[in-house]
Design a binder for this molecule. Structure first.
Ligand SMILES: NC(=O)C1=CN([C@@H]2O[C@H](COP(=O)(O)OP(=O)(O)OC[C@H]3O[C@@H](n4cnc5c(N)ncnc54)[C@H](O)[C@@H]3O)[C@@H](O)[C@H]2O)[C@@H](O)CC1
Ligand SMILES: Nc1ncnc2c1ncn2[C@@H]1O[C@H](COP(=O)(O)OP(=O)(O)O)[C@@H](O)[C@H]1O
Ligand SMILES: [K+]
Length: 490
């Protein structure tokens, strides 16, 4: 699991080490230089002679970059540091000069940086307040038009909202971010997360206190959460999922959500709706009609003006309230959500649906507003409804009980295709049904299961057709192998 900690948590953890004279900056800079040298060897076959440009801000972030530059200069790289402020980390600058590197003003070095093999972005790190301004902003805007080499961000892409993932000004998008001590929330949160590239965390030996801000599950976590049937399992102990989905106008959603649930490995699926014949024709494992269930999927392909589906969902919500059955509330069912539910109900809106849900509850926000501050609005929806909220998008965020926040970024952009959300709903429903008793005991588990479903969904899309287009049905079909591979690797 990748955990992230806010800038003040990181500073607090650094303090005692710095007071004890632990050379944190040396460690950070050495690790950074080692990674950059490896990248150069990969790209050019050598470090000596490589052109390295360093963007240097006024603080310790610039210091890290300068010391790393000194290491690379000693290994024969041609290093130029572009300064944007009168203030420059003194010892770092001296080290770079002593190693044969040069410091130049930003406008003097910009063309050289655009053509360098690697650009190290050390303008701002966790000390950033607001977006880049002045000379630094001009330099980044100029380089954002295009640089020939790789961009490596030092600790964070400079100028992102380190704790909230905001993009308050121009940011040079990185191919790789080497972050120190611990990941920061902004590296995992849209929209800033799109500027991070491949993330690596350098262990500085920090003793981080308090709860982490945001978590990202990895494959081993998901394997640990998966409801693997014990030897004596039968279909009812594995969990039964009720699915209220689809309509004559949108039959595909019923097929996709039930297919995903069956293929994700639930004990049984009961379908309620108007297109049962079609569902059974495509998935003969599905049972039609009411009966006892452990969890529900409401809403794929259901329009709120569909009176019969509406009645079924409203009736099923009574079971959710009275018997604590877990539920996925998707698409059309979001408009049927009772005023207040518990975290065992997982909402699965995309940004537009979340904006609508919030608007009906008195908040003034539109789709673009949700996309600009997805964590803020997912949190607000959790506060207002009591539900666990899974907000879909290029990065999927989950906010649940006990301040749980997850960010999953496994999905290839090919997954942005009609019906993919129906597959996610069925897959998550299967997980909730399989762990219904545990959710009953600890409703905060629903958030971890929602994050696990997002990870599996993204991995299945990749497995269905690595690097190319996928149809939603193909994502569902890839689920059994995807899950088997996750469990085998654990
Ligand atoms: N505390 C430590 O010793 C360690 C710090 N490390 C590095 O130090 C960084 C933090 O250093 P600092 O606290 O000096 O902060 P930064 O280097 O992030 O920069 C802070 C300075 O930039 C200026 N600034 C802030 N926002 C700005 C804006 N929007 N536009 C233009 N200028 C702005 C301010 O004058 C501020 O003093 C970390 O990100 C990390 O790279 C690492 O070396 C590990 C150890
Ligand atoms: N740009 C993107 N990159 C990766 N995944 C995405 C992107 N945009 C959307 N997704 C994912 O694709 C799925 C789309 O779901 P949704 O919008 O509900 O579609 P539908 O309602 O047609 O099924 C979600 O799981 C979402 O997280
Ligand atoms: K930086």
């Amino acid at each position: 699991m990748l955990l992230s900690w806010t800038s003040s948590q990181v500073r607090a953890a650094e303090e005692p080490l710095l007071a004890a004279g632990v050379p944190l900056m040396d460690r950070a800079a050495f690790a950074l230089a080692t990674q950059v040298a490896a990248l150069l060897r990969e790209r050019l076959g050598r470090v000596g002679g490589a052109h390295v440009a360093i963007l240097v801000g006024p603080g310790n972030n610039g210091g890290d970059a300068l010391f790393a530059g000194a290491h690379l200069a000693r290994r024969g790289a041609a290093v130029r540091a572009l300064t944007v402020d009168e203030r420059v980390h003194g010892a770092g600058a001296a080290a770079l000069r002593a190693a044969g590197g040069r410091l130049v003003a930003a406008d003097e070095g910009a063309a050289w940086a655009a053509d360098a093999d690697v650009v190290l972005d050390g303008l701002l790190g966790i000390g950033a307040t607001g977006g880049l301004r002045g000379v630094a902003a001009d330099l980044v805007e100029r380089l954002s038009v295009g640089v020939r080499g790789l961009v490596v961000a030092v600790d964070t892409p400079s100028g992102i909202g380190v704790d909230d993932g905001a993009l308050p000004g121009p940011v040079l998008a990185a191919d790789r971010t080497v972050t120190f001590g611990a990941a920061k929330p902004g590296l995992l949160l849209p929209p800033a997360s799109a500027t991070v590239g491949q993330l690596s965390v350098v262990d500085l030996g920090l003793d981080l206190a308090g709860a982490p801000a945001i978590a990202r599950l990895d494959d081993a976590d998901v394997a640990g959460l998966w409801p693997v049937p014990p030897a004596d399992a039968h279909k009812y102990t594995r969990g039964v999922l009720g699915v209220v989905a689809g309509a004559r106008r949108y039959p595909g959603a019923a097929v996709l959500s039930t297919t995903a649930a069956v293929l994700a490995g639930v004990g049984m699926v009961r379908y309620l709706g108007d297109v049962g014949d079609l569902v059974v024709a495509r998935r003969p494992e599905v049972v039609i009609g009411v009966g006892r269930v452990q969890a529900w999927v409401f809403g794929p392909g259901v329009s709120p003006d569909d009176a019969s589906q509406r009645r079924r969902i409203e009736h099923a919500f009574e079971g959710v309230r009275e018997r604590g059955e877990a539920a996925v509330c998707d698409a059309g069912a979001l408009e049927l959500l009772p005023a207040h539910v518990g975290p065992h109900v997982v909402l699965t809106p995309h940004a537009g649906e979340l904006a609508r849900l919030l608007t009906t509850r008195g908040e003034h926000v539109d789709r673009a507003g949700v996309e600009a501050e997805p964590l803020r609005w997912a949190r607000r929806a959790h506060e207002l409804t009591g539900a666990t909220v899974l907000l879909k998008g290029p990065v999927t965020l989950v906010v649940g009980a006990q301040s749980a926040v997850y960010s999953q970024a496994e999905a290839p952009s090919w997954l942005a295709t009609a019906g993919a959300g129906d597959v996610l709903a069925g897959l998550l429903g299967a997980l909730l049904a399989g762990r219904a008793d545990d959710i009953h005991e600890d409703p905060s588990l629903a958030a971890a299961l929602a994050a696990a479903a997002a990870l599996v969904h993204g991995r299945a899309a990749h497995r269905a057709n690595p690097g190319g287009p996928v149809a939603a049905r193909a994502v569902a079909v890839a689920l059994p192998e995807t899950i088997a591979a996750l469990l085998a690797d654990a």
